[in-house]
Write a protein that binds this ligand. Structure first.
Ligand code: ADP
Ligand code: MG
Length: 526
């Protein structure tokens, strides 16, 4: 049968051939970031088109920076990005898990099992694993909190850097907790980074701190309990717009035109005073002409405040961002507890404290490269702190939970019909990959590490035995303090299963572009 005309210019691969190519692409990607996993994982040096460099240990950063064209590899990257959005941490694990699931699926396909049977088995295995995850999770005590956050930083920077970042992150998240709402909103935390200084000199401030100076030093420096108005525009004289020509016949005309404009600006300031507003922040400019009048009325004003900072202020102070003072209503203004102008290391900052709560982290690092990695560390540890303080459910790291789930999955598999049973077993084998890679990266034998951990868990009937990467022996993760939020593992399992199943379901690939090369496969036996 001839190809449909519409597909004539399209590269096409079908059936098992398509699946094999897709799995190869997925494996190549997992292989690329494998060496970054865990506390002993190595960093990657990334260089972009312009020669800019980036040193990172963060899986999702590596993947998002790499220019990957293969559509299946992109699906894997999307899974990692989704993990980053939902759980912040566990981005490398997700991709490694998906790669291993697909590799094991391929072995079953070679034995003649249909991909859709495998997909069905994987889905059942996932559901069972998620249910079992609830059984093996425990509630974190206050004393465990910092340990959990530090685990998320393992492999990133040195230990005193991890200590500082974990400590600041936890305190920052505690500052913004709103007792009336279950969800913690991490966007209430602002991160300011400064080069120069050591990471350990990073600090935390209650309230929002913006690198801004009030427009006149004659303005009051500090105001307590007041009202703030946020303008998505400016307080400026209107320029003459468009083709309008002003035919000035008398010098007084222009003056009176300006005079009129000034009166209008003044009337806007009068409106602020009437509404009880004593702090004004504008996205655009504020005319110098009006400055003295603002000072006279006791108003603290800031110009060229970025949109994202205005949004943060709006949330913290429960204010509504308005287009102009003229269109504002008195209820659009928000409340603050204090608005202060301070100077720190010779730089000017504006600090706003409000009921809506906000925190600012001032992250420090000696060079641009270090500060970049410090920011990524804060991102992870803030995400983990939020999860931890939201529900407090944790599980053991160091591969312990994956082995505990795999043990349960194997028992579950025995209750299933033949082919699906094989798929559930393949899934159980796949999730044990984490322990193997952790060991591999620490220079420990991966196979015996896994065997020892499984044996020890079975002997002691314990779910908390994982691999101690320092001794190379199985150890109780509760005792050595390798703990992580349940949400990270949960999301990693969901994300990895989802992307593996989607890839298994593809049996036809149509490429409009003919020149896309599949990445080189890591395994030659496929
Ligand atoms: P991801 O991007 O998936 O979070 P990481 O490089 O952060 O990857 O590694 C996370 C893994 O490292 C988790 O499985 C965690 O349990 C494990 N891990 C962290 N610290 C230790 C440790 N001290 N001993 C053993 N495993 C650890
Ligand atoms: Mg991590």
């Amino acid at each position: 049968m001839s190809e449909a005309p519409i597909l004539r210019d399209t590269a096409r691969s079908k059936g098992r051939d398509a699946l094999q190519k897709n799995i190869q692409a997925a494996l190549a990607l997992a292989e690329a970031i494998r060496s970054t996993l865990g506390p002993k994982g190595l960093d990657k040096l990334l260089i972009d088109d312009d020669g800019r460099t980036l040193v990172t240990n963060d899986g999702v950063t590596v993947l998002e920076t790499a220019k990957v064209e293969h559509p299946v590899a992109k699906m894997m990257i999307n899974a990692s990005s989704a993990q980053d959005r939902v759980a912040k941490d566990g981005t490398t694990s997700t991709v490694i898990l998906a790669g291993e699931m697909l590799q094991n699926a391929w072995q079953l396909i070679l034995q003649g099992i249909h991909p859709s049977t495998i997909a069905r088995g994987f889905r059942k295995a996932e559901q069972y694993a998620l249910k079992s995850l609830e059984e093996i999770s425990l509630q974190a005590s206050d004393a465990m909190q910092k340990t959990v956050v530090k685990t998320s930083l393992a492999g990133k920077g040195h230990s005193s850097m991890q200590e500082t970042i974990a400590d600041i992150s936890l305190r920052a998240v505690k500052m913004i907790i709103d007792e009336n709402v279950e969800i913690i909103d991490p966007t209430k935390i602002k991160l300011i980074s400064q080069t120069g200084g050591r990471v350990e000199e990073s600090s935390l401030i209650q309230g929002l701190m913006l690198p801004k100076k009030r427009i006149s030093s004659q303005m009051v420096k500090e105001i307590a309990d007041g009202k703030i108005l946020l303008i998505d525009g400016g307080l400026e004289q209107r320029g003459v717009k468009g083709d309008l020509k002003l035919n000035v016949t008398d010098t007084g005309v222009l003056d009176s035109f300006r005079q009129q404009e000034r009166i209008m600006l003044k009337s806007q300031v009068d409106k602020l005073v009437k509404n009880g507003v004593n702090v004004l922040a504008c996205k655009e400019g504020i005319d110098d002409d009006i400055r003295d009048y603002l000072v006279k009325n006791g108003i603290q004003a800031f110009r060229r405040v970025s949109r994202s900072d205005l949004n943060m202020l709006a949330r913290a102070c429960s204010a509504t961002l308005v287009n102009s003072i003229n269109s504002s209503r008195s209820e659009d203004a928000g409340d603050f507890k204090s608005s202060r102008n301070i100077s720190l290391d010779g730089k000017d900052f504006w600090v706003v404290e409000a009921i809506g709560k906000a925190a600012t982290i001032i992250a420090k690092g000696s060079t641009v490269d270090i500060i970049g990695e410090v920011e990524r560390c804060f991102d992870d540890s803030l995400g983990v702190s939020v999860q931890l303080l939201e529900n407090g459910q944790i599980v053991c790291g160091g591969g312990a939970s994956y082995v505990a789930l795999a043990r349960r999955l194997r028992r579950y598999a025995e209750t299933m019909p033949g082919r699906e049973q094989l798929a559930v077993e393949a899934y159980a084998d796949a999730i044990e990959v984490i322990i193997r890679v952790l060991a591999e990266n620490a220079g420990i034998d991966p196979i015996s590490s896994l065997i020892d951990v499984v044996a020890e868990q079975t002997n002691l009937n314990s779910d908390s035995i994982g691999i101690n990467l320092t001794t190379g022996k199985p150890d109780d993760m509760l005792e050595i303090g390798v703990l992580e939020p349940k949400g990270i593992i949960k999301q990693a399992l969901i994300g990895a299963t989802e992307v593996s199943i989607s890839i298994l379901r593809i049996d036809d690939v149509l490429w409009a572009k003919q020149d896309i090369e599949a990445p080189v496969p890591p395994q030659s036996d496929m």
